[in-house]
Design a protein around this ligand. Structure first.
Ligand code: URA
Ligand code: SF4
Length: 207
């Protein structure tokens, strides 16, 4: 089976983990992508935000949530009362998965498979063990499936505080929609306000 496990060093801090992740070949996604996009933020962060996978801009720049979805997320976080700079931000899958309509054309995001999410899980587990966030904000279906299992449905649990054991640790999680889904929504303003409201639940839960 595909797995990042043999690439994850024991006893590493975030810097050492990030360095090791740069060489991960735990699944085929490293082949077409430019680089590993590891999580960013302080090991002292109280909140961890988990997205799906890096997009085109993230793949180019090597940092999570720096493209259009990230800009929208930062705005929604600030509006909900959470300083984006104080959160640890990462993704369920750390390489960009894409197709091209034709050679040399724009790269089009493709959702990662369950196998790829499972393969990449050891990196997320290592980040959780080091950061020990007080709360995890689950951004969309892929992050939800990666953390809570394949039966996860964002519409059923968004904006609520869940208590679950994740990778052997008791965690509190607040799921919400993925910021990219706000960009695609027919009524963007309503979708955006829904995201801000869910993030508000996370702020309340932090106290
Ligand atoms: N979408 C994600 O899920 N993660 C990113 O880092 C960027 C876009
Ligand atoms: Fe490793 Fe994850 Fe990249 Fe696959 S997606 S190669 S498991 S870092």
């Amino acid at each position: 089976a595909y797995t990042a496990e043999p690439f994850v060093p024991d006893g590493a801090d975030l810097t050492a983990l990030r360095r090791a992740a740069a060489g991960c070949r735990g699944c085929p996604l490293h082949r077409a992508a430019t680089r590993t996009v590891f999580g960013a933020g302080s090991a002292d962060a109280r909140v961890m935000l988990v997205g799906e996978q890096p997009g085109d801009q993230e793949d180019r720049q090597g940092k999570p949530f720096v493209g259009p979805a990230g800009k929208l997320l930062d705005r929604a976080l600030a509006e909900a009362g959470l300083d984006p700079a104080e959160a640890y931000v990462t993704n369920a899958v750390k390489h960009f998965k894409f197709t091209r309509a034709a050679p040399g054309k724009r790269r089009i995001h493709k959702a990662p498979s369950l196998r790829e999410m499972t393969a990449c899980g050891p990196w997320l587990a290592a980040e959780l063990a080091l950061v020990e966030p007080e709360l995890i904000v689950v951004l969309g279906a892929t992050a939800g499936k990666a953390l809570l299992g394949p039966a996860f449905r964002v519409g059923e649990v968004r904006g609520t505080v869940l208590e679950r054991e994740i990778h052997g640790r008791p965690e509190r999680l607040v799921p919400t929609v993925h910021p990219s889904s706000v960009l695609r929504a027919d009524d963007r303003e309503q979708a955006y306000q829904g995201l801000v409201a869910d993030l508000g639940v996370a702020v309340q839960a932090l106290g």
